[in-house]
Design a protein around this ligand. Structure first.
Ligand code: DP6
Length: 421
């Protein structure tokens, strides 16, 4: 709680919310307005210390209109039905609140205007999905601000879903299922945690961010085209995903990396096959993406087991899963095939010193001296593609949304004005 210059109270909350990567993909809606999917999906929440949205929401009788700032730039709320829908749905459920001796009644909370400012802790230019974390953070922090509690578990995830389908899965840490649901009003199309973030401690994630020159088709537009034109999509939703969901949950429960990895790669490949099956076809992966697939497949074939598993969303970046013991070896393979360009310092290409140590690499010379990875006799020798990746980041399974108790540095909204500083 703070006070505006003319003495009006300003209530505010700041929260941080993770991104997630789907291992069984959501692609296609049965209802565009309510964002109801054609199939259930399952994701891994990524550590918010590495990839997250941070949002401050504030409410005050001093504010004249609802306002939104994304990564420092003001964005019009009236132009975004999705923001309006989320805002309205949380506001409708407002209860009274009390903070620092000031009270706000239900009626006041439902009529006062709201300011929202959000930023990501990773570069938007990296092309990593940010709408999931952003909408989940908006809904989570607004619910805290307006004293909204869930009547049924998953209610808030159903509101985040109105912002972006994949956002509903970012309301939980660990491993999360989005149940497609049956109801036409969407109340049962909610996310649910299937295992917590501590469940699989040695699971690791590397993200290979690809140097991309072209703008991708948005997920929203891409899946609309697929629903309209791809016969494979419907087959996938009806006949493939239901069994895969069961098998994936079983693999996660058993921490069975072989099954988890095989399902993850198969489902990513089928999602991209439905994109190719769309008319006109959509290509999210590029040459660098396919080269990453090649190196992972070669390693797995040579090892006779799954050492690493890839998955790609609606863009060319590769998200790679492996077990802790294999992470150094995975990075060595990535660095052999994708050395940084001459102008990229190693500590910017791979920020984590710990990870470089695991791979026994400490300089650009070490990368040049890497021996060609062992591959099976039938495979073609590995080619090298310097400069094709922007950088490689490492992360792991992470926790769900958290209220930030300490003031942010720099602040998103000034406590005394309710505007960005
Ligand atoms: C390929 O959630 O971004 O990442 O619901 O239209 O906002 P909208 O789409 P969005 O789609 C994500 C698609 C995906 C797969 C996934 O995350 O499950």
């Amino acid at each position: 709680l703070s006070q505006s210059p003319d003495g009006a109270p300003i209530f505010s909350v700041t929260a941080r919310t993770p991104t997630n990567i789907a291992v069984i993909k959501y692609w296609g809606k049965r209802d565009e307005a309510l964002i109801l999917p054609l199939n259930s999906s399952l994701s891994v929440t990524l550590d918010p210390n590495d990839l997250a949205a941070t949002t401050t929401v504030a409410i005050s009788p001093a504010f004249e209109e609802d306002k939104l700032w994304l990564n420092g730039k003001e964005v019009s709320i009236s132009d975004s039905v999705r923001y309006q829908n989320c805002l309205r749905a949380v506001r409708e459920r407002a209860q009274g609140i009390e903070a620092g001796g000031e009270k706000a009644s239900q009626e006041q909370l439902r009529s006062w205007r709201i300011h929202v400012a959000s930023r990501n802790n990773f570069p938007t230019a990296a092309g990593l999905a940010s709408s999931a974390a952003g909408f989940a953070c908006l809904v989570f922090s607004l619910a805290q601000l307006l004293g909204v509690t869930e009547e049924r578990p998953g209610d808030l995830s159903a509101i985040a879903r109105l912002g972006s389908g994949s956002a509903c899965r970012s309301l939980y840490g660990g491993f999360v299922r989005w149940n497609m649901g049956q109801a036409s009003d969407g109340h049962d199309s909610i996310a649910e945690q299937v295992a917590g973030e501590e469940h699989w401690p040695d699971l690791r994630v590397l993200v290979a961010v690809v140097n991309d020159r072209q703008k991708d088709t948005s997920s929203t537009a891409g899946m609309q085209q697929s629903v309209r034109t791809s016969p494979l999509l419907l087959h996938r939703a009806k006949a493939v995903v239901p069994e895969r969901m069961v098998a994936m949950e079983r693999a996660i429960a058993a921490r069975d990396f072989q099954a988890f990895g095989a399902l993850t790669m198969a489902d990513s490949n089928q999602f991209h096959a439905t994109c190719l099956d769309t008319s006109p076809p959509i290509f999210y992966m590029n040459d660098a993406s396919r080269q990453v697939i090649g190196l992972v497949e070669q390693w797995n074939a040579q090892a006779g087991e799954i050492k690493a598993a890839y998955t790609f969303d609606a863009g060319p970046n590769a998200v790679l899963f492996c077990l802790e013991a294999d992470r150094g070896a995975l990075l060595r393979r990535l660095l052999y095939h994708f050395p940084p360009s001459d102008s990229t310092p190693l500590n910017e290409y791979v920020e984590s010193a710990e990870l470089l140590k695991e791979a026994s690499v400490s300089s650009a010379d070490d990368i040049r001296d890497l021996p060609a990875p062992e591959i099976s006799k039938e495979a073609k020798p590995g080619l090298q593609f310097p400069g094709e990746l922007k950088y490689i980041m490492s992360t792991r399974v992470g926790m769900g949304p958290q209220v930030c108790e300490k003031p942010l540095e720099p602040l998103l909204l000034d406590a005394r004005t309710g505007f960005p500083p």
